[in-house]
Write a protein that binds this ligand. Structure first.
Ligand code: VGL
Ligand code: ZN
Length: 210
């Protein structure tokens, strides 16, 4: 199968940041392997959006903010169960920078998310309270985008939630599997692919686009 790209398509490159790559604070196994794949894909898209996880120090998603809690445990937040993470992607730190080899000079927008101290935001569209919007849906709609291709880190968290919310906002959504890598915590990879399939998110490989 081969996909023909249209001017109404956008590529959303999710959280390709140092902290999610080997050596980073919340390293995704093989995370930096997405960089050359995305660098090869991006020139085929007229519209590219980057995202950055962008937390204030002491963010509520950090285990260090909860006495007695360790990374990868959960806690109950007003908006539901929250996985607690190592401190990561703190605003303005090198860990929050985009990977130095990511080369997408024609990217048009960088969406930063997770900046409210008490609310996490895996999705580039909506925060974890499921009520606060980032503005991305409005931006894409005003620009006539109909279909989004999602890639980056991590498949089972920020990539999946972004793709699911893209569907909920009325966009066609495809996740590029080999341009993404996952964390896989307690079966989260299988669940994410199941949830995405159920929501009508297509699972594709970069070779289908190139
Ligand atoms: C992410 C966990 C915490 C992600 C962000 O980018 O998938 N995962 N913050
Ligand atoms: Zn985060």
């Amino acid at each position: 199968m081969s996909l023909v790209l249209l001017p109404t398509d956008a590529l959303i490159v999710v959280d390709v940041q140092n902290d999610f790559c080997p050596g980073g604070a919340l390293a995704v196994a093989d995370g930096d392997a997405v960089v050359p794949v995305i660098n090869g894909l991006a020139p085929h898209f007229r519209n590219v959006i980057l995202t950055q996880d962008w937390h204030p120090a002491g963010h509520a998603s950090f285990a260090s903010s909860h006495a007695g809690k360790s990374p990868f445990e959960t806690t109950d937040m007003p908006y539901g169960v929250q996985v607690l993470w190592p401190d990561h992607c703190v605003q303005g730190t090198p860990g929050a920078d985009l990977h130095p080899d990511l080369s997408v000079p024609h990217a048009q927008l960088i969406i930063r998310k997770g900046y409210h101290p008490t609310v996490d935001s895996y999705s580039a569209f909506q925060e974890a309270d499921r009520a606060t919007h980032t503005g991305l849906a409005g931006y894409l709609k005003e620009r006539g985008i109909l279909r989004v291709f999602v890639a980056g880190l991590a498949t089972d968290y920020c990539v999946a939630w972004t793709a699911l919310d893209a569907r909920a906002a009325g966009f066609d959504a495809l996740v590029i599997e080999d341009a993404s890598r996952g964390i896989d915590l307690g079966g989260s990879m299988a669940k994410a692919w199941d949830d995405m399939a159920a929501a009508g998110v297509s699972r594709i490989r970069s070779a289908e686009i190139l």
